[in-house]
Design a protein around this ligand. Sequence first.
Ligand SMILES: [Mg+2]
Length: 354
Amino acid sequence: MNTAFYNNFYINAVTHHTYIHNIIYNTRSCFVDHRVWCRKNSYRPLPAAAAERTKMEKADSLVIDDRDSLEKKKTSIRNAGPQKLQVIADFDATLTRYWINGQRGQSSHGLLQQENPEYDDKRQKLYEYYHPLEFSPTISIEEKTKLMEEWWGKTHSLLIEGGLTYSAIKKSVSKATIAFREGVVELFEYLEERDVPVLIFSAGLADIIEEVLKQKLHRSFKNVKIVSNRMAFDTDGRLISFKGKTIHVLNKNEHALDMAAPIHDQSGDSNGLADDNASVKSRTNVLLLGDHIGDLGMSDGLNYENRIAVGFLNDNIEKSLASYQKAFDVVYLNDASMWGVLDIVSQLCSSRDD
Ligand SMILES: [Mg+2]
C-alpha cells in the first residue's frame, strides 16, 4: 500500500473505516465470530464532555482477541482493588496522536531542534542508518541491543557537543507537531484521584516529555512518573550530561525504574509521590498501553499477577493486525482516542458492589 493512499484514508475517517471493515470481513471471516468489533456499551458514565466523548467513541474501533480472558483479568484486577494497580504507558504514538491534521505527529526525539542545525543533520543521519536496523528481522536481539546502545550513545553525545540548551527544548516543543490523544487528561485525573501511579516509559528524553506535558496539558499530575533519559544542565541552561543508564527501545522496563525522578520534582510541586519505586513494584496488577509489540516488554522486571495490554495500532493495519490482536488484549485502530482506556480503567477501579 502506498503512502499517498494511506494519507488519504487517514484524512478521511469514513473511507478508512470502510477499508478496515473490508479487511476484516473479506479476508478474515473466522475473525468476525469470535472478536468484538464494536464498543461494549456496559460501562459506567464518566465525567467528560459528553457530546465530544460520544462522538469519539463512535469513531474508535477496537479488536479483542479473547473476550473471556479479558473479562477474567478485569474481574481479578477489580477484586484486588486500585491499591494493587499501576498503569504503564509508552509515550510516543501511545499517549500522543499518530496523525495531527493529516500530518504525522512528531516524536519526543524527533521534534528537537538544536540551535546549531548542523547537529540536527548529524542526528538525522544516525536515524537514517540505525532506524532500519531497529526493525530488521534478521538481526539478533543481542546484536540489536548493542546497535541501539550505540545509536542512543552517539545521539546523546551530539546533543551535548552541539550545545543543546533548555530554551531550545522549550522552543522546539512550542513549534512541534505533537498532541495528546483525546481523553489523556481525564485518564490521568481519574487515576490521580484514586492514587494509581502512571509510569511513562520512554526511550526518548524525559525533559522533552515533561515540557510537552507542561505546554500541552498546562499542569502536572502527582501520580505520573517519567522513566526516560534525563538531562543535566549547567547554570546557563546548557546540557552537560545525561543522568543514569541509557534507556533505549530494547531496555525500557521496570528494571529502569531506579533512575527515574518524578515529574513534580522538576516543576517545583512540593507534594510527594505517594509511591516510591518499591511500592510501585508491589502493585502487581498492570494496565499496559503501547503502540508497538515491543512495548509489552515494559512490564519486564515486574512480577505481575494480572496484566491487561492495550495496543494502539496506528499504521500498517492490514499487515500488523493479526500479530497485534494476539499480543494485546485490546487493540484500538484508527489512531483512537483514550476514552476506551478510561472506560476500562473505570471498570478496573469500580467496587465489587457496583
Ligand atoms: Mg511508541
